[in-house]
Ligand binder design. Structure first.
Ligand code: TXA
Ligand code: MG
Length: 305
């Protein structure tokens, strides 16, 4: 348990929030849609602590928050259509799902290993001040514990995440009270992934289908057979270790679950690049963020249709 401070939004609160972000910790901060739980999007362990605080039993890709199109272009690839949408609606509650830029500084846990990234420039001055003070893109899902409704007031965040995060910046009730519209843009096509405050006139006819979050086309799984709970590798397996199981690579030699979560997708991608045709993974304790790791590993191991 940590002591959760709630500070009214002012320069001091933002400075304190930026200091915590610099330490790799998540902070609650208002956006114009709902309160977000923000952490340094470039550091896997900082992002893992978002999951730890939310107690989310699975890894879903998170939204990256930036100040403007210029900063967004360091993260994602914009075609003409994406550029037009961003120019028209940013800063504001529109999230674009775009190809991840090669060499992008975003930690692989943010995108849950996907080659695309969800990105938006928020309008709320508190989140914008924090982006300036932190000087880097921030990953932020809604600041509620897993299974709870999205928070539109600092009190909601406190009720849900009190004792689990160090700071909530209180900027009063949020304007929209509804999460951002999410649109995937690729190859000249737009698809509405989540309806929200910005109505682009997309529907199932013109947009090609609304997908409920959590069942996106988008779950990364390695294109190789994967065996769980392995304590030793067969001859044709690349073993991803944990703790005492050394393996060919390790999620965490010291058995640290936050470190393991931070590097999970990097280790899986690395395993896919090896010339051994199969992947095995050491047992991961099924507590805390280990539950999310095991959820993702089980899905990756399930036979694909
Ligand atoms: O209004 C908002 O968007 C709030 C505030 C805090 O900015 N954030 C928010 O984040 O709602 P979150 O993590 O609760 O929702 C992220 C959604 C999820 O449904 C996720 O599946 C989708 O974005 N998403 C993220 N990356 C994606 C990707 N690469 N492809 C498809 N969907 C993606
Ligand atoms: Mg949410």
């Amino acid at each position: 348990m940590v002591q959760t401070k709630v500070l009214p939004y002012d320069a001091g609160a933002i400075a304190e929030a930026a200091r915590l972000i610099g330490e790799g910790l998540p902070v609650g901060v208002p956006t114009e849609t709902v309160y977000g739980l923000a952490a340094d999007a470039t550091r896997g362990e900082a992002v893992a602590r978002i999951y730890e605080a939310k107690g989310r039993p699975s890894f879903n890709p998170l939204i990256v928050h930036v100040l403007d199109v210029g900063q967004a272009e360091t993260v994602a690839e914009f075609d003409v259509q994406a550029q037009e949408l961003a120019e028209r609606h940013w800063p504001g509650p529109l999230t674009l799902v775009l190809p991840l830029r090669p060499g992008s500084p975003i930690a692989s846990l943010v995108t849950a290993g996907l080659p695309t990234v969800a990105i938006r420039a928020p309008a709320h001055p508190a989140m914008r001040d924090l982006l300036v003070a932190a000087g880097r893109p921030l990953a932020a899902p809604s600041a509620n514990a897993s299974g709870r409704i999205s928070p539109t007031r600092a009190e909601h965040v406190l009720a849900s995440l009190g004792g689990r995060i160090s700071l909530i910046v209180d900027g009063g009730p949020t304007g929209h009270g509804l999460e951002s519209t999410i649109v995937a843009v690729s190859g000249g096509r737009m698809r509405l992934l989540r309806p929200g405050p910005i109505d682009l006139g997309l529907d199932t006819d013109t947009g090609g289908g609304v997908e409920a979050p959590g069942q996106l086309e988008s779950h990364y799984a390695p294109a190789r057979p994967l065996r769980l709970d392995a304590t030793a590798a067969a001859g044709d397996e690349w073993l991803i270790g944990f703790g005492e199981v050394a393996g060919d690579a390790s999620l965490s030699r010291s058995g640290d679950l936050v470190e393991a979560a931070a590097g999970l997708f990097d280790r899986l991608h690395e395993a896919e690049r090896q010339d051994r045709p199969r992947i095995a993974v050491a047992p991961i304790p099924d507590n805390g963020i280990g539950r999310a790791i095991n959820d993702r590993l089980r899905r990756a191991a399930a036979p694909r249709s």
